[in-house]
Design a protein around this ligand. Structure first.
Ligand code: TYM
Length: 321
């Protein structure tokens, strides 16, 4: 079976963008690929500065993966930092990565444009990500659109390594994007993102979900008027609403007849209905940290054995003894 690799950072509340753009796809793709899915805690260190918080968020993310239905028997689920070979491979890849490749990465350019203080970890983020992907010979990397450039950089680094060392040790990965969920908007219409403060959390209560949905930005059209299908509310209905609900929504957008308040209430009901089982499972899982630790320890062991095999090949190829 071909290999799949992907990860999520434990940097805050998991949100609906992470869920539909990435996490729920790991579950459906697990039957088609040999899957390695991880918690990107080394990547989280580029921003998190609180050890207890990082541990808490890592535990929450582990519970989230299992709650959405990831089966650790079918998917190797592990913490990135349990496989320190990722950091070793990143160093070796650093040595073949041209600075300009990283200077044109969107995340770095955005941070630089906003005159944010940038640490070397942020600048080097794509190289660690390349190491995550190339380590397991992944053929596909299911991600949201914001991560496509990073997968392309991983390909570029692999090719460069092959040329410079004359050894074809890596598999060239492809990003796997799902049409329709590649960029889920947040309540303000920008991409849903932890750093924009516009998220609907995956594990919020039904009331909190409704509160956030009621804050979705809309224009001032009256209930009787037709509405603009390019708006954020419609985009979120497209992602979360059932066919039956979509019929009502389409009728209201085409011909009028429902106000934004009703359309938002409908969206909140659809999201809450779709997530109620996942949310109940999460509450049970988070109450059992021993079980989570065991799943991650087993996954870590399995991933590390694979990583050590790859590192033997890489060390050989570059001349490290
Ligand atoms: P993170 O935690 O920022 O995002 C995790 C995944 O969620 C997707 N995503 C979205 N998809 C659709 N709409 C949105 N609004 C939205 N917001 C986030 C992201 O595209 C991503 O797939 N750098 C990665 C973590 C990582 C990784 C890797 C991924 C580290 N190493 C190796 C794949 C392979 C990230 O952005 O995490």
């Amino acid at each position: 079976m071909k290999r799949l690799v992907s990860g999520v950072k434990p940097t805050g509340e998991v949100h609906l963008g992470n869920y539909v753009g990435a996490m729920r796809r790991f579950v459906t793709l697990a039957g088609q690929y040999e899957s390695f899915v991880f918690l990107a805690d080394y990547h989280a260190l580029t921003t998190v500065r609180d050890a207890a918080l990082l541990k808490k968020q890592t535990r929450e993310l582990a519970a989230a993966y299992l709650a959405v239905g990831l089966d650790p028997k079918k998917t190797v689920l592990f913490r990135q930092s349990d496989v320190p070979e990722h950091a070793e491979l990143a160093w070796i890849l650093n040595c073949v990565t041209p600075m300009p490749t990283l200077q044109r990465a969107h995340a770095f350019k955005d941070a630089a444009a906003k005159k944010k203080e940038i640490n070397v970890g942020i600048f080097d983020y794509p190289v660690l990500m390349a190491a995550d992907i190339l380590m397991y010979r992944a053929v596909v990397v299911p991600v949201g659109k914001d991560q496509v450039q990073h997968v392309e950089i991983a390909r570029e680094i692999a090719k460069r390594f092959h040329t410079e060392f004359g050894a074809e040790v890596f598999t060239l990965p492809e990003p796997l994007i799902e049409k329709g969920t590649e960029t889920v908007p947040g309540i303000d219409g920008q991409k849903m993102s932890k750093s924009y403060g516009n998220v609907i959390p995956l594990f919020a209560s039904a009331e909190e979900t409704k509160k956030r949905v009621m804050r979705i930005t809309t224009d001032s059209r009256a209930p009787a008027e037709p509405k603009d299908k390019k708006d954020t509310l419609y985009a979120l209905h497209k992602v979360f609403s059932s066919a039956a609900a979509m019929k009502k929504v389409d009728a209201a957008y085409d011909n009028g007849g429902l106000g934004y308040k009703e359309l938002k209430e409908l969206l909140a009901d659809e999201i809450n209905a779709q997530l109620s089982d996942i949310r109940a499972r999460y509450d049970d899982l988070i109450a059992d940290p021993k079980k989570l630790d065991k799943v991650l320890a087993d996954g870590g062991e399995c991933a590390r054995a694979e990583a050590q095999k790859m590192m033997k090949t890489v060390r050989e190829a570059v001349g490290l003894q």
